[in-house]
Design a protein around this ligand. Structure first.
Ligand code: GCV
Length: 701
């Protein structure tokens, strides 16, 4: 055989091997894998999907392209594309206006109530023909409907009698990138920033479109491109052109761009001598800047701001408040319908010695003082994305201000991209938590979606951590957190398990046994992480700086609230931070009856026990064990769960694409080592105090 022929032959064999067992995915397609479905399912879908009836206009290009790619891949045949229904088995896609011009036979009266982003998917009959209708008021809604339809097929759902109506509960559903302009990503564990600033605006990385499709498939409709620890250069003409180029790729997918700004930008890039929010020259600078931005990006979303926190400048430099700062920007953006997302992540310990109380004390008095296009963006807990925190008391404490919920997709404190930790259950716990702000049932979800307080402006953000790694997220399973964030942002009443199952089927395997096992692994993985890192309400025991690995003995030389010892307060007498009414009284920031429940160590849920109480080592737990015994059980339980996941994953060999299978195996081994290390280091450290206390008690007897 000639060399050329041999090379060709090898390539063909390689392709056949890959195609026949479909086992070479590296995760880069995320959940948008449209691989051929198995029989007999494929055949039954083919019967129902023979033609795609969709307008040929540019406005429908994104959904048309997606449906064609998806249906061709899944069904192994391309449906005929037509402008009107011609046979049995049509998928008819359109907006109220395009559908009406085609037929008066369909009832679209319920489209209005679904708003601008909602859609319906319905099995109907047109002239005795079976048709699946995907309809919305807008092209964006149709796009979401198209993705929903593909999801049904990818997850083997019946499509005979469809009657789906969906609309998002929360209006602004954003990713927050903590990406710096030099390409690094703060708290990112998946390579460099996906935004290749140096190549923009000329070169558009093809991944931007995959990013847009993936987000649109979940209903994410906005993205903040740069880090909240912002560099002022992002607002220069040079970077705004780059931003506009990204916006152009994202626009057809209904995704607006937003930017994080630095409060001192008027001085650093604008040549002003002040950035005092009440100074007319400063107000004018922001107004002009807003005009410049909207000329380039007419659908620009707005600004995200971290002010007067962790070294960032803010209006306080001039004796002004957060509201003064936010309103300055709100005024500039208002003519263009832009919004300000002003973060509440502040902890000035001169305000209160207990860091968990600071944001509430600073922000609650400002309720009612923010302009109507400002949201206060609030992390789920009062400290900082710990493996588990009680809800942030601000949620339900600022009735006149829409609060935007900030969740962390990137796993800064949950094993980074090395641990398999599915965060869906954590976010469900947060969104379903009852604030009691307006009586029982005032869940965080209802505060965030605006329904409890009557806000039309509502938002939720997920800190992304995406990077240039082929699989986007480092750990293949961290993709599930991006997926779950988007799905819950759209509808937080979905169950974490249902969302996990969708993701597994779309990304890893459709084998029912494997799906069940993987779903089971994912379901308990967050609770396991809490167990082997910070059980029973402990927090902030990790090493300083990189936040990876245990360091319960860590004492920061300058700031005691960056020391582990500040949080756990372990001594011979016991362990935990007393935030009860006898201690820092952080419990007073919650509404009754939650306040009373948390205040009493006998009624405080044990998952938050040491967050709110300092208790003796022999405190009797509901299990009948002492607190110290319970801690040991929890640390051990966490380790055992990871070891069980390792064993379980091994049984899936051959069912998962090889590169992903190997990658997960490798990372599970590391996670098991890490979990044992967390257990051993923490129990050894806390054990000294527990032992001393037991010795003391024995001596007294
Ligand atoms: C972007 C934590 C993180 C920081 C992050 C900060 C924030 O402190 O460790 O990296 O900074 O939160 O949310 O602003």
């Amino acid at each position: 055989m000639q060399r050329k022929e041999r090379t060709l032959w090898l390539a063909v064999v390689g392709w056949m091997l890959t195609a026949s067992c479909g086992r070479a995915d590296d995760g880069s397609r995320l959940w948008l894998r449209y691989d051929l479905l198995e029989e007999p399912l494929r055949h039954s879908y083919q019967e129902r999907i023979r033609e795609l009836v969709i307008p040929s206009t540019e406005a429908f290009a994104a959904v048309r392209e997606e449906l064609l790619e998806g249906l061709t891949g899944l069904l192994g045949q391309t449906p005929a594309v037509r402008e009107s229904v011609s046979q049995n088995g049509a998928v008819w896609v359109g907006t109220a206006s395009t559908l009406r011009t085609d037929s008066s036979l369909i009832d679209l009266s319920d489209l209005k109530e679904l708003g601008e982003e909602g859609f319906l998917i319905r099995s109907i009959k047109i002239d005795f023909r079976d048709v699946i209708l995907i309809a919305s008021q807008t092209e964006r809604g149709v796009l979401y409907g198209g993705f929903c339809f593909l999801r049904l097929l990818q997850s083997s759902q019946p499509i005979d009698n469809l009657n789906i109506k969906e609309k998002p509960r929360i209006a602004r559903r954003l990713l927050n990138h903590w990406d710096n302009l030099d390409g690094s990503v703060e708290r990112g564990y998946a390579g460099r920033s996906i935004w290749r600033w140096q190549d923009l605006p000329e070169r558009i990385d093809p991944r931007y479109k995959v990013y847009a499709r993936a987000n649109a498939s979940l209903g994410i409709n906005g993205t903040v491109l740069n880090n909240v620890n912002a560099q002022p250069q992002i607002l220069t003409a040079e970077y705004l052109k780059k931003t506009a180029a990204i916006a152009q790729v994202l626009r057809p997918y209904g995704i607006r761009v937003y930017l994080s700004i630095k409060f001192t930008a008027p001085m650093e890039i604008g040549g002003l001598s002040t950035c005092d929010p009440l100074e007319p020259a400063v107000r004018n600078w922001w107004k002009e800047k807003a005009k410049e931005i909207y000329t380039l990006i007419p659908d620009f979303g707005g600004f995200l701001v971290k002010a007067y926190s962790e070294g960032q400048p803010g209006p306080q430099m001039y004796g002004r408040t957060h509201a003064d700062g936010a309103n300055l920007l709100a005024e500039a953006l208002a003519p263009f319908h832009g919004i300000v997302m002003w973060r509440s992540f502040v902890y000035d310990l001169t305000i209160d010695e207990d860091r968990a109380k600071c944001a509430y004390l600073e922000f609650v008095p400002l309720d009612g003082k923010f302009a109507s296009n400002v949201l206060v963006q609030t992390k789920n807990g009062p400290i900082d994305f710990q493996p588990r925190e009680p809800i942030n008391p601000l949620l339900g404490a600022m009735p006149k201000t829409p609060l935007m919920l900030e969740l962390q997709i990137t796993q800064e404190y949950t094993g980074q991209a090395k641990h398999l930790v599915y965060l869906g259950p954590q976010w469900k716990e947060v969104l379903e938590a009852d604030t009691y702000a307006y009586g029982p049932g005032t869940t965080v979800g209802r505060i965030v979606d605006g329904s409890a307080e009557g806000h039309t402006l509502s938002g939720i953000a997920g800190v992304s951590g995406l990077g240039t790694d082929a699989n986007w997220t480092g750990h293949p399973f961290s993709q599930a957190n991006w997926y779950a964030f988007g799905r819950l942002a759209w509808d937080y009443t979905l169950s974490a398990d249902a969302v996990a199952r969708e993701w597994i089927q779309m990304t890893l395997t459709r084998d029912p046994k494997a799906v069940n096992l993987i779903a089971e692994m994912m379901a308990g993985s967050w609770e396991a992480c809490v167990d082997y890192m910070t059980p029973l309400g402990l927090a902030h025991l990790m090493a300083e700086g990189h936040h990876y690995g245990p360091a319960p003995d860590y004492v920061h030389p300058g700031r005691h609230d960056w020391s582990s010892t500040y949080y756990h307060r372990a001594s011979k007498t016991g362990i935990g931070f007393d935030r009860s009414s006898k201690g820092s009284n952080a419990v007073s920031q919650y509404h009754p009856p939650l306040r009373e429940l948390l205040d009493n160590p006998k009624t405080c849920p044990e998952k938050y026990l040491l967050w709110f109480h300092h208790l003796p080592w022999d405190w009797r737990m509901s299990s009948g064990r002492t607190l110290w015994e319970e801690m040991q059980v929890r640390y051990q339980r966490g380790v055992e769960y990871v070891e069980w996941m390792q064993r379980t994953w091994k049984t899936l060999e051959g069912k998962i694409d090889r590169p992903i299978f190997d990658e997960v195996s490798r990372r599970l081994a590391l996670q098991a080592d890490n979990a044992r290390q967390w257990r051993d280091v923490c129990l050894k450290y806390f054990g000294q105090f527990a032992a001393a206390s037991i010795e003391k008690k024995n001596a007294q007897q």
